[in-house]
Design a protein around this ligand. Structure first.
Ligand SMILES: Cc1ncc(COP(=O)(O)O)c(C=O)c1O
Length: 429
């Protein structure tokens, strides 16, 4: 007898349907808005110029002539696509050059390039972990880490975001699980922009014999003197076993990579399904990423890194002065030599706390109408009741543009609070 259950039934009447319908009706849906120009400090969106405070283009390189030329040269030399996986017919000299320069820059023995960052996480975790192993993840880790963990079928032990007492407990419990143990954390957490206390994490991992992988998607091309990420900034690069990065943020392109010991990378090259059974990235993406990496490694790199962080501080202080509550991470130890946590690290991600989902969508819309595009982060991207507007800056935002954005934020706050009541205040930290 044919089954009476339609697997597609779940697409109707799901929990988000009502919310989406209401948001569409009120025209406050913050998602899938169309951008009609390159991801520059000011973009064209739905027929109007808007100040872009919602991009991960931290170094502002997506429109850089040298990066665009890198993409054009790769396109001219290798064509529009490679139509095959790296294993079969998708490896070019460009891949090899990129992998070798990535390893040199990260200071690791080797590096491997994936088609996306999501696949890099899936490829690493789904391959290195096995049934019987334990993986310990921060509750704020990126979805691609969780996807890789699910694929691996290893035992997952999550711990409360950045809580070292909980990580320690999970490590103790994991010792009793009987398999290998891997801890995976984001170096910079993508929504709140806070940094993992990696100095404490490497010490805990060493004490419990666990391996450590750090996702540097928002750290690479952002933090550290070389821009190699949170691991570099906090002086623990040598003690992190595997580092992941993506080209979809500071590298102004698309793709992902893993950097680590040669034998681990080689194992992934021959065993990782997310690497072997998907087509290589298009040559233009690789050419752009390599050009961006070379800019980052040139004398200009440190200037771009500094400009992005200075802009973030300027925007955060400006928003606080207007009365918004801007989140900043907990203080962390800045090096293995430091005793107590000393500094809260500013990243280009400047999150504005709202709290309630609906109010966040209304505030987002008012800013959008005022000509400022932000990202609206609702549960499950953030904890329940932790809705926020995620703003982010580029090295190439100039001060007049940020000042204009702050003027819009100030006017919108006055109008919003007159109609909907107070937003969380700056003084509450
Ligand atoms: C922390 C983190 N890890 C991994 C990824 C996945 O990277 P990609 O966009 O290259 O697939 C992202 C990007 O969304 C991210 O924010």
């Amino acid at each position: 007898m044919p089954t009476s259950i339609d697997v597609f039934a779940k697409v109707r009447g799901h929990e988000r349907e009502e919310q989406l319908r209401a948001a569409r009706e009120a025209d406050v849906l913050p998602y899938f808005r169309t951008v009609e120009s390159p991801a520059m400090p000011v973009v064209e969106m739905e027929g109007h110029p808007r100040i872009m405070l919602a991009s991960n283009n931290y170094l502002g390189l997506t429109g850089d002539e040298r990066v665009m030329q890198g993409a054009r040269d790769a396109l001219a030399r290798y064509g529009t696509g490679l139509t095959g996986s790296r294993l079969m017919n998708g490896t070019t000299p460009l891949h090899l050059e990129l992998e070798s320069e990535l390893a040199e820059w990260m200071g690791t023995e080797d590096a491997i390039v994936f088609t996306t960052g999501h696949q890099a996480n899936m490829g690493a975790l789904g391959t290195l972990l096995d049934v019987g192993d334990t993986v310990i993840v921060d509750s704020g880790d990126h979805a691609s880490i969780l996807d890789g963990v699910l694929l691996s079928r290893a035992k997952m032990r999550p711990f409360r975001h950045n809580r070292m007492d909980k990580l320690e407990r999970a490590l103790e419990r994991a010792q009793e699980d009987g398999g290998g143990v891997l801890v995976v954390v984001d170096g910079v957490f993508s929504m709140e922009g806070d940094v993992a206390p990696l100095v404490d994490i490497v010490e805990l991992c060493a004490r419990h014999g666990a391996r450590l992988m750090v996702d540097e998607a928002h750290g690479a091309g952002v933090l550290g003197a070389r821009g190699a990420g949170a691991s570099e900034l906090l002086g623990v690069e040598e003690r992190v076993d595997l580092r992941m990065g993506t080209f979809s943020k500071s590298f102004a392109s698309c793709g992902g990579f893993l950097a680590g010991e040669a034998e681990v990378i080689e194992y992934l090259r021959i065993s990782s399904r997310a690497f072997l059974f998907t087509a290589s990235a298009v040559p233009a993406a690789l050419g752009a990423a390599l050009a961006a990496l070379r800019i980052l490694r040139s004398a200009e790199g440190p200037q771009l890194l500094a400009a992005a962080l200075e802009n973030a501080t300027y925007l955060a202080e400006g928003l606080q002065a207007i009365g918004y509550r801007v989140l900043s991470g907990e203080p962390v130890r800045m090096s293995p030599a430091e005793g107590a946590p000393v500094e809260s690290i500013r990243t280009p991600i400047v999150p504005v706390m709202v709290g309630d989902d609906w109010r966040a969508a209304l505030l987002w819309r008012a800013l959008y109408d005022g000509g400022v595009f932000t990202n609206c982060a609702l549960h499950p991207a953030v904890p329940p009741g932790g809705a926020l507007l995620r703003t982010s800056v580029m090295a190439t935002h100039d001060r007049p543009t940020l000042d204009r954005a702050l003027e819009v934020f100030a006017r919108v706050k006055r109008e919003f609070e007159a109609e909907h009541g107070p937003l969380p205040g700056a003084d509450a930290g």
